[in-house]
Design a protein around this ligand. Structure first.
Ligand SMILES: CC(C)(COP(=O)(O)OP(=O)(O)OC[C@H]1O[C@@H](n2cnc3c(N)ncnc32)[C@H](O)[C@@H]1OP(=O)(O)O)[C@@H](O)C(=O)NCCC(=O)NCCS
Length: 321
């Protein structure tokens, strides 16, 4: 008989075992260990055992699903009005579909109890509070197409696709930044700063990126700005995608975000900033860069296409109507 209960302190070895046996595809870190789960899940200050459900066939753990919330707009606390079931991981089993459905419905109950009015399936750049470096890559791209069983589970539970996220990769072998008049003009007028382990700007950024090696590239104007420094034109943040990159066997960097200040957009700054960053990372031995972009973000999709990124996989963020 299949039974369900929420997480207990002696469950981590069970979760790691389920993860290793379930067919999660190449977007999942393998082999999963308790130490990796501790770093990417249980150590987070917002971890709530009631949001992590396990399924048992008699006394054998056969699956788990994890429900979580997004940060609020100030990113200084959780906003429980929107919640998601990040992952549904079930071992091959004759009742696999029913087990997944049971886990999803218990996650929904938990999210509603905590006040969620919008219920999603899968993580995203916004909802990357758990599993960074364990599932998905540079960020959490919803549920990957290569995790087909998990996608089927959400569809069977009445979810619809709300967003499609492209997982974009660019090998760095032989990479050279484009040289043209615009790029040379930007080089003359700006200064590129490299900041390792930058001060995290918000509680959410600190909570989600503590323990990972973060590097920020900042593009600043050469004129003196109000604080005695060149005015910030834009920034791009990369992280060393561990432990996933080690499992792939390549030194890989994940581009978490690139932002150009509003009035400075469409002047070639992002192309310059990202290309210079890729060049710098390549010089340090990074051979692959990954990023993830919602297909609704035309500007970013076009930017990364021009820089030679190609889609390696796609993910879907689901929504319960
Ligand atoms: C995406 C973003 C970083 C682009 O910065 P940018 O400095 O304007 O980009 P560039 O001027 O270097 O443009 C490079 C290419 O991107 C494309 N692009 C940029 N803005 C675009 C827009 N609004 N619509 C369509 N294509 C756009 C174009 O193909 C452009 O090349 P072109 O000017 O030769 O046609 C900027 O729009 C931004 O900060 N957006 C908000 C944050 C974000 O979405 N980041 C990406 C995901 S993390």
């Amino acid at each position: 008989m299949i039974t369900f209960r929420c997480f207990r302190n002696d469950d981590p070895p069970r979760l790691a075992g389920i993860w290793r046996t379930a067919n999660l595809g190449p977007g999942a870190m393998q082999p999963m260990t308790v130490t990796h789960l501790e770093a990417g899940v249980f150590s987070k200050p917002y971890f709530d055992r009631e949001g992590l459900m396990l399924a048992f066939d008699d006394d054998q753990a056969v699956g788990f699903a994890h429900a979580a919330f997004a940060p609020n707009t100030d990113r200084d606390a959780l906003d429980t009005s929107t919640g998601t079931t990040l992952l549904v991981v079930v071992e091959p089993h004759e009742h696999e579909a029913d087990i997944a459905a049971g886990l999803i419905s218990r996650c929904e109950d938990y999210l509603r109890r905590r006040g969620a009015r919008t219920i999603l399936g899968g993580g995203s750049a916004e909802m990357a509070g758990f599993y960074l470096g364990l599932y998905g890559g540079a960020l959490i791209p919803g549920i990957l197409d290569s995790s087909a069983a998990m996608q089927r589970a959400f569809l069977a539970s009445g979810y619809e696709a709300a967003d499609r996220i492209a997982v974009l990769r660019r090998p760095l072998a032989g990479f050279r930044p484009p040289v043209n008049r615009l790029q040379l003009a930007i080089r003359r007028a700006s200064e590129l700063r490299v900041i390792d382990e930058p001060v995290r700007r918000t509680w959410w950024e600190a909570a989600t990126t503590t323990g990972i090696a973060l590097r920020r590239y900042e593009l600043r104007g050469r004129q003196e700005g109000p604080e005695g420094t060149g005015a910030l034109l834009g920034s791009a943040s990369f992280w060393d995608m561990q432990p996933l990159a080690s499992a792939w066997g390549v030194p890989a960097a994940g581009l978490m975000n690139v932002t150009i200040e509003g009035p400075r957009r469409r002047q070639g700054l992002a192309s310059y900033l990202v290309a210079e960053a890729l060049h710098d990372l390549a010089a340090e031995g990074v051979t692959l860069v990954e990023t993830q972009v919602s297909e609704a973000n035309a500007a970013a999709t076009s930017l990364f296409g021009k820089l030679g990124f190609q889609a390696a996989d796609h993910g879907t963020v689901f929504r319960k109507p």
